[in-house]
Write a protein that binds this ligand. Structure first.
Ligand SMILES: Cc1ncc(COP(=O)(O)O)c(C=O)c1O
Length: 374
């Protein structure tokens, strides 16, 4: 073990959303960032910026594009061209800009719920509607319900928003599922937006992340893929992200949607993204081992608590826990635990618990859960 993920970190009074937003007697296992120090190479890259004492406008170097192209080629087996890449100051802005790419004669964006809320909120903020299709259960797994999706597909629907790996249910969608989704979009002239922010956090070693746009040239040409090193390398507060948009017309509309309301990438984003992708791999590999151990421990302990049940996550550090309490978020807050309620994702009967933290914080969370549900 080269990195010490057990090292205690103190984030209280650091302007941390996770640690400082809720009252100080609440143990925070909600918002999706981790409590670990990022790879040292990121600190070094940011220190260079700090030390310059000049924080002017940034211009992304060609090297950043090369790093992205190289990563997508090696890890995603996807050959992308420089002009397809649109740099972004955050992934959520990318979802909202995508919603504005919806063709003028269409008024609705389809997504499968429960899901990370910006996937359905982006349609609303763009003045459009959402067509929500619930996940179905099949062979003990969460699956996209293609029968229902076809049934709900009206002339209004012009876009589908996918979250893969999935927040909050932790699925890594298989090649077959993605092929089916790709066919659904192609046959019905639906633009596919794929949020793949969690793609480097695969916990189940039998699963592999597949970028849906890499499946075939047709879907590549009808898609927007959104990516970032932010979740994986714990630089979510810095925001550096990017979209890959092979189709020039879709890209032009996306660029127009962000023009003037989205800042250019700043120095912190450029430096942290490059350092993460160029030097972060050894750290990431050990992170995955640590998260997997946390996950396995949590899985066992949660399932011993009456009224709670958890299934194994294929990816992410977010556990999706079934609970028969009407409002677990509110109930647990009273017991001193901060979790994310299912209603945030347009779901019910579940809460999301963030296990991207030191083991002693997991134990503290479990202690509160045991007391609350005893
Ligand atoms: C699926 C998904 N997309 C996007 C984001 C946030 O992206 P950003 O903070 O870069 O805007 C999150 C954060 O939890 C997420 O889970």
């Amino acid at each position: 073990m080269t990195y010490n993920f057990d090292k205690q970190t103190s984030r209280r009074n650091t302007n941390s959303m996770k640690w400082d937003f809720k009252p100080s007697n609440v143990h925070p296992m909600w918002v999706a960032d981790m409590d670990f120090e990022s790879p040292i190479e990121i600190k070094k890259a940011l220190t260079k910026v700090v030390d310059s004492q000049i924080y002017g406008y940034a211009w992304p170097p060609n090297e950043l594009y090369e790093v992205i192209i190289d990563r997508l080629s090696k890890n995603h087996h996807w050959k992308v061209q420089k002009e397809w890449i649109v740099l972004l100051p955050g992934l959520v802005p990318g979802l909202h800009a995508s919603a504005r790419v919806l063709p003028e004669d269409k008024s609705s964006i389809m997504t499968t719920t429960p899901v990370y809320y910006h996937l359905f909120r982006s349609a609303q903020t763009a003045g459009k509607k959402t067509t929500e299709v619930p996940f179905k259960r099949e062979n003990g797994q969460w699956k996209m319900d293609f029968d229902k999706m076809k049934a709900e597909l009206t002339q209004e629907v012009g876009m589908y928003m996918l979250c893969n790996p999935h927040n909050p249910n932790g699925r890594v969608f298989s090649r077959d599922e993605l092929n089916e989704l790709s066919s659904f979009c192609l046959e019905n002239n639906v633009i596919l937006v794929s949020d793949e922010i969690h793609c480097d956090l695969i916990l189940d070693s039998t699963k592999k992340h597949i970028s849906v746009a890499s499946l075939n040239e047709n879907i590549e040409n009808q898609s927007i893929t959104l990516l970032s090193p932010s979740k994986t390398f714990n630089i979510a507060g810095l925001g550096g992200s990017f979209a890959v948009i092979p189709n020039p017309e879709i890209r032009k509309k996306f660029e127009a949607a962000k023009f003037g309301i989205m800042p250019h990438m700043n120095l912190w984003q450029i430096e942290s993204m490059m350092a993460a992708y160029q030097h972060g791999e050894p750290w990431r590999k050990e992170l995955i081992n640590y998260l997997k151990a946390n996950h396995d421990y949590l899985l066992e302990e949660i399932n011993k608590i009456p009224g709670l049940s958890m299934e194994a996550c294929e990816a992410t550090y977010l556990a999706w826990i079934a609970c028969d309490h009407e409002n677990p978020e509110e109930y647990l807050l009273k017991h001193g635990l901060g979790v994310s309620g299912a209603q945030q994702f347009n779901g019910k009967g579940y809460f999301r618990l963030n296990f991207g933290t030191q083991r002693h914080n997991i134990d503290k969370g479990l202690e509160i859960l045991r007391k609350a549900f005893s």
